[in-house]
Design a protein around this ligand. Structure first.
Ligand SMILES: C[S@@+](CC[C@H](N)C(=O)[O-])C[C@H]1O[C@@H](n2cnc3c(N)ncnc32)[C@H](O)[C@@H]1O
Length: 265
């Protein structure tokens, strides 16, 4: 059975494949970019309210529980990820309160009067918002949830970089991964080109029992032009455009953009 991993739903009888995927993601995540966690810690240290859109299994959130944030809100709609986020909530120190909101960001309502100092999304999360309309809605809502002077920070990979990765992964990459209670699983990763800037990423997980599940992640590479247009429309000014998490300046040819926008006011 094929499933779109950004819209996980029911599971076929006998196996919770969402949980298998959550564990696969948790084990494979690691620090994808050098200095990624340092970047988020520096941006969020000492802030009153910080919110993550799509916290997943809490890879970044876990690194933000001891830097003096007062309220850390984690938005994550996928039930299989919530047990990882509950562990993050249990680790908070230095007075940081961690709240998990198990909804999509579009449906999130903040407690009355609460605005954010920082809203962030990790590596390439913008693709979770699948069409122009939902991306426009995302920027509008993020800007509306920020304090004046608050920051909206996220990463995008360029359309050119996506083309390069597609060239490499049109031939499947196959490897093993130890998935704890599920045993040593076979993983197959492959990308198909659908149309200009749109790709289908396939991940097939085969458990030692022979059970197999195919996950599908349709992905549209999003340009800086589009992002700049949304930011302008909702009063967000570009503060940083880096080519990586260490702070190298980005150019039109950069594979990655680590972006920080500041709400006017
Ligand atoms: C690529 S994962 C990133 C997880 C985590 N932030 C990290 O860096 O490891 C994206 C996450 O966004 C969540 N997600 C998908 N659509 C969303 C939406 N509309 N609002 C909030 N989160 C969403 C998914 O369930 C998934 O866990």
């Amino acid at each position: 059975m094929t499933k779109d991993i950004s819209w996980l739903g029911e599971n076929e009888a006998g196996r919770n494949w969402d949980e298998v995927f959550a564990l696969f993601y948790q084990k494979g995540r690691g620090e994808i970019f050098p200095n990624e966690l340092k970047f988020w810690r520096d941006l969020c240290a000492g802030r009153e309210n910080v919110l993550e859109i799509g916290a997943g299994s809490g890879f970044i959130a876990e690194a933000l529980t001891d830097i003096g944030i007062k309220q850390l809100t984690l938005i994550e709609p996928e039930p299989a990820n919530l047990r990882f986020l509950d562990k993050v909530a249990g680790k908070s120190a230095q007075g940081t309160r961690v709240t998990v909101a198990p909804v999509v960001f579009q449906k999130y309502s903040a407690p009355a009067g609460m605005l954010q100092d920082v809203i962030y999304m990790s590596w390439d999360n913008l693709v979770m918002f699948k069409d122009l309309e939902s991306r426009t809605g995302l920027f509008k809502k993020a800007a509306g949830e920020l304090k004046p002077g608050g920051r909206f920070a996220f990463h995008i990979s360029s359309p050119a970089w996506n083309r390069k990765v597609y060239e490499k992964l049109r031939t499947p990459k196959v490897f093993d991964m130890d998935l704890d209670q599920y045993g040593k699983a076979g993983i197959l990763y492959k990308i198909d080109h659908v149309r200009d800037n749109v790709y289908n990423k396939h991940i097939v997980i085969t458990l030692p029992s022979g059970e197999e599940h195919r996950y599908l992640l349709p992905t549209e590479a999003i340009s800086m032009e589009e992002v700049s247009g949304h930011a302008r429309a909702f009063g967000l000014e570009l503060e940083k455009d880096h080519a990586d998490y260490s702070g190298s300046p980005a150019s039109a040819d950069s594979d990655d953009h680590v972006l920080v926008y500041k709400k006017r006011g």
